[in-house]
Design a protein around this ligand. Structure first.
Ligand code: TYD
Length: 172
């Protein structure tokens, strides 16, 4: 099990799991970036990286390589480069699974209300956000979008109000 807290028992961003969230072209153009970031902040995740960029063919091919043989791949590629995206990196205890739950199912029409897609999307493709699915994917995706110097570790005093001291250590 991943140890999320420092050995001295102080909750620390340094030791927490990280995940990537992309606000897709539809999210940006529908002026939902603030709403999405606010939802992740209010949940208690810590923002450790953020940037705006436009994906190129190579980045899209790498990012969606698991879908490259699917008939809808050209449509996703065109959509993802149609406008800029906002790449964000978040830290938290079990951040990857937590963020996937917050995002909801891929299809916005059937995503559960209360989730980002369930509340804000009506489409499979234009589903507002991408979030890393596994620890391996998160590591690869964060490296794809952020240089090490673009990710920040800082003393996050809010963590003591968000977690118990032992949370994530395997003792809870
Ligand atoms: P996928 O990795 O299956 O879903 P998720 O984003 O929930 O992890 O698919 C990646 C993206 O590909 C998805 O967010 C939207 C797009 N997509 C389609 O456009 N049509 C489809 O039939 C599927 C499965 C995905």
């Amino acid at each position: 099990m991943t140890v999320h807290i420092a050995t001295n028992g102080h909750l620390s961003l340094w030791c927490m799991q990280r995940t990537l969230v992309l606000i897709k072209p539809d999210g940006l153009q529908r002026r939902l970036a603030g709403e999405i970031i606010t939802r992740l902040e209010r949940k208690g995740l810590s923002l450790v990286g953020i940037k705006m960029l436009q994906m190129d063919d190579q980045a899209i091919a790498d990012h969606y390589k698991h879908l490259s043989t699917r008939p809808f791949f050209p449509e996703i590629a065109a959509f993802m480069k149609s406008a800029p995206i906002i790449a964000t990196c978040w830290a938290g205890v079990e951040a990857i699974a937590t963020v996937r739950i917050l995002c909801g199912a891929t299809n916005g029409r059937t995503a559960i209300p209360g989730t980002i897609r369930g509340d804000l999307a009506m489409s499979v493709q234009a589903n507002v956000v991408h979030a890393s699915e596994t620890p391996e994917a998160a590591e690869e995706e964060i490296r794809r979008f952020f240089a090490p110097t673009e990710l920040f570790e800082y003393p996050d005093k809010g963590l003591t109000l968000i977690y118990s001291p032992s949370e994530g250590s395997g003792r809870t």
